[in-house]
Design a protein around this ligand. Sequence first.
Ligand SMILES: NC(=O)c1ccc[n+]([C@@H]2O[C@H](COP(=O)([O-])OP(=O)(O)OC[C@H]3O[C@@H](n4cnc5c(N)ncnc54)[C@H](OP(=O)(O)O)[C@@H]3O)[C@@H](O)[C@H]2O)c1
Length: 315
Amino acid sequence: MAEQATMQAVVIDGFGAAGALRTESVRVPVPGDGEILVRVHAAGINAIDWATRAGEGVGVSAFPAILGWDVSGTVAATGPGTQRFRVGDEVFGMPRFPAPAGGYAEYVVAPEAELSRKPSEITHVDAAAVPMPALTAWQSLFEHGDLRSGQRVLVSGAAGGVGHLAVQLAVAAGAEVIGTASPDNFAFVRGLGASDVVDYRGTLPESVKDVDVAIDPRGGGDFHRLLDVLRPGGIVVTLKGEADGQRRSAEERGRRAGYTYVHPDSAALERIAPLLADGRVRPVVQQVFRLDQVARAHALGEQGHVQGRLVLDLA
Ligand SMILES: NC(=O)c1ccc[n+]([C@@H]2O[C@H](COP(=O)([O-])OP(=O)(O)OC[C@H]3O[C@@H](n4cnc5c(N)ncnc54)[C@H](OP(=O)(O)O)[C@@H]3O)[C@@H](O)[C@H]2O)c1
């Protein structure tokens, strides 16, 4: 078991601005049947975290609540009936999403089925930047988009958490990738392997066409703009939920609409792990924060222009 009875965690006592986040000493959770206690070394900060903090997200049923889903750490204890991991193993994952997981804490209890082995070649900080954005990209590209080698992908918001991993996963699968970003990020997105990068503001240039799979992180008008660049049979996969009329608009034009609601998938993370190990997919962490700096991290993330991911270092 964990050597200590209490741990540091980031809690909220109610929904609010970044200032609502505070660190507190709470009891270390105990793993039940099929569960693993993980000593968290690093926790990724996702857009859903600040939406949840503000009362516009998921997974808070009572206060005080511990935010966070993406974690990387070592197995501290194993619950009854577990088989996959031993104490000391390095693991990462996005357990329980969209139910509460309590990832912004020194320890987290997670179903063993929702954890994967962390590649030893990457750090906990880099691994914590992966689960939610990579699974979102994977489920969008391969499960909704059925992406195959030689196809063309458009990744909107290609410099962000989901976008920068989507570009690299699509390139690794043999696709040609066009990214959208603000001009300051053009070189960054090219460096990820995109063959072209265009500004997401205004009209997309004529050269952006015949796209097989487009990833839309914003929905609304962007969904319809992206429909315009698809080839017949192509798909826009939006991360913002289904809005009225979208499927019909797509069908009327011989295109398709898909909707990703990311879910834990340790098998997919284990297929991504070799790409992380050999460097074909490199998570980018713009900035690392201590647990007690989490409010600063949220305030930065909420501005909407982070390159890659922000990560809490709890080691
Ligand atoms: N449905 C799901 O399961 C699911 C899962 C994960 C995320 N999401 C959602 O997907 C979105 C992206 O997530 P994320 O983690 O990648 O967020 P993020 O890292 O916070 O995204 C930041 C990026 O967004 C880009 N951006 C800002 N304004 C934009 C615009 N008008 N058009 C295109 N890109 C723009 C920025 O690019 P520049 O810096 O170049 O300006 C920046 O690189 C969020 O809304 C999140 O809630 C949904």
